[in-house]
Design a protein around this ligand. Structure first.
Ligand code: ADP
Length: 640
């Protein structure tokens, strides 16, 4: 504690508290191989900083409790043991965040395990970090894990990387050991997008070069670890120099006279009078006021949450991005990106997910996996899906245009997460590279004869009747009967049946989960075209996954999709076994068979369910037709 603080506490306690409240906050992550000394290093930082403010803040501020997590009588060894024990027990995907504070800054350190199976933890911890400490053992040098972690840091665009060469005490503080490791590390990062590394020789155990420069390393003239952490540039500070971006969190309209757009400035600065552009719509205006709880501001900068009012009454909604008019964000709906997969259920191209970018959440799907990266060797390998903890370079398609920047230009407007539509879990994270095509260059061709005209000519309302159920449940039998009955009554129909489609359109696809997803995606697109042509389309596919059935549903209007769940217990379907497939699967001659070694997810809200154990096929078909009639599909639609 310095004497200035002493006298501040004595004279002006409010001023002192304010000073601590206004201290900047650095978030950093520690990574490195097992046994490199990560726990000891974190323990040391907490211990030393605790010592720093326990002396000073004991009774002064509640903040010390908030940021200094450790009690008074904890010694370093205990602390370190505690961290290690916690890690051994906590085989969770959580990231342990620890807080500490010094005179100059507050810190949050994300501590994640180093093994490959914890990659998602590391990504989570690093995604919000301003800096990273890569720890390596002076005796071991740069190991596979060191390389993997550093590669991930470079992908995430961490600008401040500190190479902590630990356990220098065990190498007699030998300068040549340090230099050799630093040279090897620099050679490794050369092709990666890490600009600069600060390398520090230290000993977490003895404290050398952690807080005080070590007497044992007279040849080292750089900063200590703590002074480095206290002075490196925060992301917020760095982002101020970039073009202005504010993703709109909500539109504030307390009364008719006030319309403000609230959110956090993620980069750049803004002042009243600045010209802005709203993306993706592209409309322009001028900033009138910057409103906050504490009154209007003359300028707002990255990291501040504000409400802007504009000179013109333009249409802006949540999820839009307000940019400087000079250098606006881009808009597109197809991108190349890097995706980290963080979920046990793999990523499949074609499967619909929700993509959250900034304050916007929209449906999206990966169209192609260009390649997967082996994160230990950095080799590119071909992939049809991405499993837990894998990284791939992919093309992605969003349902509508979004405002974005390339990740290398802006970490906030260039990154996204992917969310599973059913569970709402975050399953992936990604970084946008560039737009594949600009959405404004591709227009749907307007045609004069539309779906309505075609339906009227056919005396019906076109729709998809989507049968789903186990193999042998009766989908084909019932769909076939329904089609026969409809045709007899003069309706225009088409039956898309599993086996027939697999002989033509989808003959290149097998039965892996990835291929099943693609199979249903193509069928959904074909069914949609057929609905547009005015037909009543019947599809008979197992379609085992909810998310693909949802995709098919989303392609047409709400009232154009009827899901028919052909409900047959597995035992009954297996007993019928019309094609002998269950027997084959049970003998192990048929892999990935639904119900046996591949899952079936029953519908939760099908429009129609038919129980084939209680009704015969005729009765089931009649039930489907009755439902179509009830929904007005079999009457001539109104001209509109
Ligand atoms: P899927 O198309 O679902 O694989 P299929 O229609 O090819 O199933 O086979 C279903 C088998 O079950 C047929 O042999 C059919 O005659 C028989 N079956 C028995 N009862 C029913 C029923 N109530 N509905 C449909 N099919 C039934």
């Amino acid at each position: 504690m310095n004497s200035l603080d002493d006298s501040l506490i004595a004279e002006d306690i409010d001023e002192y508290l304010l000073k601590h409240e206004n201290k900047s906050l650095l978030r950093f992550i520690t990574c490195g191989s097992v046994d490199d000394g990560k726990s000891t290093l974190i323990g040391r930082l907490l211990f030393e900083s605790r010592a720093l403010f326990d002396d000073q803040l004991d009774t002064v501020t509640a903040e010390s409790k908030k940021w200094g997590t450790q009690g008074k009588d904890v010694d370093l060894a205990l602390l370190v043991d505690g961290l290690a024990a916690e890690r051994e027990q906590g085989i969770t995907i959580d990231v342990a965040y620890r807080f500490f504070s010094t005179d100059r800054r507050k810190f949050i350190v994300a501590d994640t395990p180093g093994h490959e199976q914890y990659t998602r933890n590391m990504i989570t911890g690093a995604s919000t970090a301003d800096a990273a400490i890569v720890i390596c053992d002076a005796r071991q040098g740069v190991l596979t894990q060191t390389r993997r972690h550093t590669y991930l840091l470079s992908l995430l665009g961490i600008r401040n990387v500190i190479l902590a060469v630990n356990k220098m005490d065990l190498m007699e503080y030998d300068e040549s050991v340090f230099t050799a490791i630093v040279d090897e590390f620099r050679a490794f990062i050369e092709p990666l997008s890490i600009n600069e590394v600060i390398a520090i020789p230290l000993s977490a155990l003895t404290g050398t070069n952690i807080i005080e420069p070590g007497r044992q390393t007279p040849w080292y003239h750089g900063p200590t670890l703590m002074s480095c952490l206290e002075t490196i540039e925060l992301d917020n500070e760095h982002a101020r120099g970039k073009p202005f971006r504010l993703p709109v969190q909500w539109v504030n309209r307390p009364n008719l006279d006030f319309r403000g757009f609230s959110g956090m400035v993620v980069s750049g600065t803004v002042k009243p009078g600045d010209s802005i552009r709203v993306q993706p719509s592209g409309s322009g205006s001028v900033v009138e006021r910057i409103v906050t709880f504490d009154g209007d501001l003359a300028v707002a900068m990255a990291g501040q949450s504000v409400t802007l009012t504009l000179r013109d009454d333009i249409d802006i909604s949540r999820g839009d991005v307000i940019s400087t008019a000079d250098e606006p964000a881009s808009t597109a709906e197809q991108f190349e990106c890097t995706v980290f997969w963080m979920h046990e259920a793999p990523l499949f191209p074609g499967r619909p997910y929700l993509l959250k970018i900034g304050t916007r959440t929209i449906p999206a799907s990966i169209t192609t996996i260009k390649y997967q990266v082996n994160i230990n060797t950095l080799e590119h390998v071909a992939a049809k899906q991405l499993g837990l903890n894998s990284i791939g370079v992919c093309n992605i398609n969003t349902e509508q245009a979004v405002a974005f920047d390339s990740y290398k230009d802006n970490r906030d407007t260039g990154s996204f997460v992917l969310i599973d539509r059913a569970s709402n879990n975050t399953v992936g994270a990604g970084m946008l590279h560039f737009a594949l095509r600009r959405s404004d260059n591709i227009h749907m061709q307007a045609v004069d004869i539309d779906k309505n005209r075609r339906s009227i000519l056919k005396g019906q309302k076109s729709c998809v009747v989507w049968f789903t159920g186990l193999s042998g449940s009766g989908k084909s039998t019932i769909a076939n009967l329904v089609e026969k009955k409809l045709a007899t009554a003069g309706h225009h129909t088409y039956l898309l049946d599993g086996d027939n489609v697999r002989h033509g359109l989808n003959k290149d696809l097998g039965f892996t989960d990835a291929d099943r997803v693609e199979n249903i995606r193509r069928i959904s697109e074909v069914a949609t075209l057929m609905v547009d042509s005015g037909l009543i389309v019947l599809t008979a596919f197992i379609s085992p996954f909810r998310s693909e059935r949802q995709l098919a549903r989303n392609l047409v209007k709400d009232d154009e999709f009827l899901e028919v769940y052909v409900e047959t217990p597995l035992a009954l379907a297996e007993e019928r076994d019309p094609k002998g497939l269950y027997k084959k699967a049970r003998r192990g001659e048929l892999k990935n068979f639904t119900g046996i070694d591949s899952p079936y997810e029953p519908p939760q809200q099908a429009e129609i369910s038919v129980d084939t154990s209680a009704m015969d096929a005729e009765q089931c078909a009649d039930a489907v037709i009755a439902e179509l009639r009830r929904r007005g599909m079999l009457a001539i639609p109104e001209v509109g």
